[in-house]
Ligand binder design. Structure first.
Ligand SMILES: Nc1nc2c(c(=O)[nH]1)N[C@H]1C(S)=C(S)[C@@H](COP(=O)(O)O)O[C@H]1N2
Ligand SMILES: [Mo]
Length: 327
């Protein structure tokens, strides 16, 4: 009797794939909430599936820490930006020089993740991110955010005061500046293969600025661990300065007595400087800073001096009026 035996290339995918793998793929799709309808839907949904696969194998031991309690001292004068806008309209040049990098950023591997503290410190050290975050006083803060490109948002960051991390690092009293540096991995970050950019991304500020109560290290957003595209696992937040000071995916924190030159200042010193405080009266050489486009709405609103945080930070700049404080 002749029996037709299917050859290898005739097998259906479900038969050819070991059952466990097949089930895992299905479980992942189900767990991530992507049914057949979502798959058949917009390209956005497909991107999201890609990111579900990229993220799922990395268990996040800090996930259970969120949401954290909101610190009511910091209030907004405008609605919170829809989560979808804040997490799909990004600047993260490591993954491309356009706003749609959120799916490319899923290639970032978050564990293990270590942070190196060095330079003018009592003792240099390397700390595992999961150990560091456990020792920090986590809280949620609603902050405004203003990019030098004249768009803005208002988001709930979770994280801890930068001051807590500085105390942990124990800098020498002679340290005047703190510099943060992003990871360097051109294999996964295609932007880092573009050699005309001054990789790795760094930026810094004075110790007085870094220990101001507003300076914050974000490890979460919208009550969850920080998405990769927003700078996971930890990024700097300084709401009275333009967005480019807010270094993402930090691997190194250095204390120094020399004023640092950050990524954008290295690239184009005529347009971007050290202080980078928000000021509607001082234009960027190529556009006005008077108003801003609010992400997720059609509105343009007036920009505020120090992005509205003058009561907390204006004193930091007394006597420095001759410096280029607003670029
Ligand atoms: N490593 C790194 N950090 C970065 C950037 C970047 O390209 N690379 N862009 C900066 C700029 S210009 C802005 S406006 C903010 C954007 O943050 P968001 O994508 O979370 O809104 O990240 C800042 N931090
Ligand atoms: Mo920006």
């Amino acid at each position: 009797m002749l029996i037709k035996r299917p050859r290898g290339w005739e097998l259906r995918e479900s038969a050819a794939t070991p059952e466990s793998t097949y089930l895992n793929r299905r479980q992942l799709l189900t767990a991530a909430g992507f049914g057949a309808a979502a798959i058949a839907g917009a390209p956005y949904a497909l991107d999201a599936i890609g990111s579900a696969f990229a993220q799922a194998p990395e268990a996040d031991p800090t996930a259970g820490m969120y949401p954290v309690k909101q610190n009511m001292r910091y209030r907004l004068d405008r609605p919170i930006t829809p989560e979808k806008d804040a997490t799909t309209y990004n600047n993260f040049y490591e993954f491309g020089s356009h706003k749609g990098i959120s799916s490319a950023a899923q290639a970032l591997k978050l564990r293990p993740w270590t942070v190196r503290f060095e330079g003018m410190v009592e003792k240099p050290m390397t700390v595992d991110f999961d150990d560091l975050v456990k020792q920090m006083p986590l809280e949620e803060r609603l902050y405004r955010f203003r990019c030098v490109e004249a768009w803005s948002m208002a988001v709930p960051w979770s994280g801890f005061p930068m001051k807590a991390m500085i105390d942990f690092a124990r800098p020498l009293s002679s340290a005047k500046y703190v510099v943060m540096q992003t990871f360097m991995d051109p294999k996964i970050a295609s932007g880092q293969r573009q050699s005309w950019y001054p990789w790795p991304y760094t930026d810094g500020l004075t110790m007085e600025e870094a220990t101001n109560e507003l300076s914050f290290i974000a490890t979460g957003l919208y009550g969850k661990p920080l998405p990769k595209q927003n700078g996971a696992p930890m990024r700097f937040v300084t709401p009275w300065k333009y967005g480019f000071k807010q270094v993402k995916s930090i691997v190194r924190v250095e204390f120094t007595d020399k004023r640092p030159v950050g990524y954008w200042e290295k690239l184009q010193a005529s347009e971007y400087g050290f202080w980078a405080n928000v000021n509607p009266a001082v234009s960027h050489p190529r556009w006005s800073q008077a108003t801003e486009r609010v992400l997720g709405s059609d509105e343009r609103v007036p920009t505020l001096l120090f992005n509205g945080y003058g009561e907390y930070v204006a004193d930091l700049y007394k006597g420095l009026e001759k410096e280029r404080l607003y670029a």
